[in-house]
Ligand binder design. Structure first.
Ligand SMILES: Cc1cc2nc3c(=O)[nH]c(=O)nc-3n(C[C@H](O)[C@H](O)[C@H](O)COP(=O)(O)OP(=O)(O)OC[C@H]3O[C@@H](n4cnc5c(N)ncnc54)[C@H](O)[C@@H]3O)c2cc1C
Length: 268
């Protein structure tokens, strides 16, 4: 159950920041989808982000800018975005629970907490993505995933750059409603491969050794793909109720091989 003492509905970012930064036990509320799972959560000052005009996807020449209150379903179904990325987002998001949840869950409520099980974060990390925070400014998703922020902040929007040739998202889950046991995003940016692996079950990370193997190769054949997959299998994988670390490590080779082949296939 969630108990809220004051529900604030600010109309400007400054107003939201004022309450969030100054009040003890203040909590930002996006869709409330994840927060509502709490068994006993007391929020002194709830800051509802709904009226801040943070919802929507804008396309420019270089990037798609996605407001923090945009829902997963909007990303999944946006025709311009999915046309540019060849349905990459539709593939990454379609297995998350059901349409109702994806109509509620937001980009901000997903990216800011850096959930380890997230399909969206893995998909974004495999692309060239920046985050715009209200106070901390603009930082890359890669840095944010590694280091987080020094102080709490409000995520305003994410910027997905339009510099990739193609990308592939693969995941493994036991049933549609489950969290992924493992997920993997592969992309090719200016001829350089980029691989993100998530659901390990820790936070998504870049598989840098595997990327180096692919990027150093003159020609990517099955031998090179095998070496890259073996390197990715050496990442740290943990155990939870969905699968063991050993199983995840073995699965990483399968998902990554499929992802690389798909990206290569589209390249040729
Ligand atoms: C039952 C269930 C199953 C799920 N399964 C999956 C799954 O299989 N794969 C997957 O990828 N995801 C899954 N999710 C997660 C889902 O995709 C969203 O990530 C999550 O529900 C976020 O919800 P929300 O946007 O309503 O955020 P909220 O619940 O409102 O907030 C979540 C957290 O983010 C903070 N926050 C929200 N917006 C901002 C912002 N703009 N700036 C800073 N902080 C902010 C809030 O203060 C809170 O701490 C699941 C969620 C649920 C409820």
């Amino acid at each position: 159950m969630i108990r809220i003492r004051n529900l604030n509905k600010p109309k400007t970012m400054e107003e939201a920041w004022e309450i969030y930064s100054n009040k003890n036990k203040a909590k930002l509320i996006a869709g409330g989808a994840f927060l509502r799972l709490s068994t006993d959560l007391y929020i002194g000052e709830a800051v509802d982000l709904f009226d801040l005009n943070l919802n929507g996807i804008k396309e420019t020449e270089d990037a798609f800018t996605v407001g923090a209150m945009t829902t997963l379903r909007q990303l999944e179904t946006d025709s311009a975005l999915n046309s540019w990325f060849d349905n990459y987002f539709a593939a990454a998001l379609k297995n998350i629970v059901g349409v109702q949840l994806r109509n509620i869950a937001t980009i901000g409520g997903t990216v800011y907490p850096r959930y380890g099980f997230s399909d969206l974060i893995t998909a974004l990390l495999a692309l060239d993505v920046d985050l715009q925070f209200y106070k901390s400014g603009r930082i890359s998703l890669e840095d944010y995933m590694e280091k987080g922020l020094l102080e709490k902040d409000i995520l305003v929007e994410i910027i997905i750059k339009k510099n990739i040739n193609n990308a592939s998202f693969k995941m493994m889950r036991n049933s549609k409603g489950d969290y992924a046991i493992l997920n993997c995003g592969v992309s090719c940016i200016h001829g350089k491969y980029r691989i993100a692996i998530g659901g390990r079950p820790g936070r998504a990370v870049l598989a840098t050794d595997a990327m180096e193997i692919l990027n150093a190769a003159e020609k990517i054949d099955e031998d090179i793909i095998g070496k890259a997959c073996n390197a990715a299998a050496e990442l740290a994988y943990g155990t939870n109720i969905f699968g063991s670390g050993q199983y995840r490590s073995a699965m990483s080779k399968v998902l990554l091989k499929r992802g690389i082949r798909e990206v290569l296939g589209n390249d040729n």
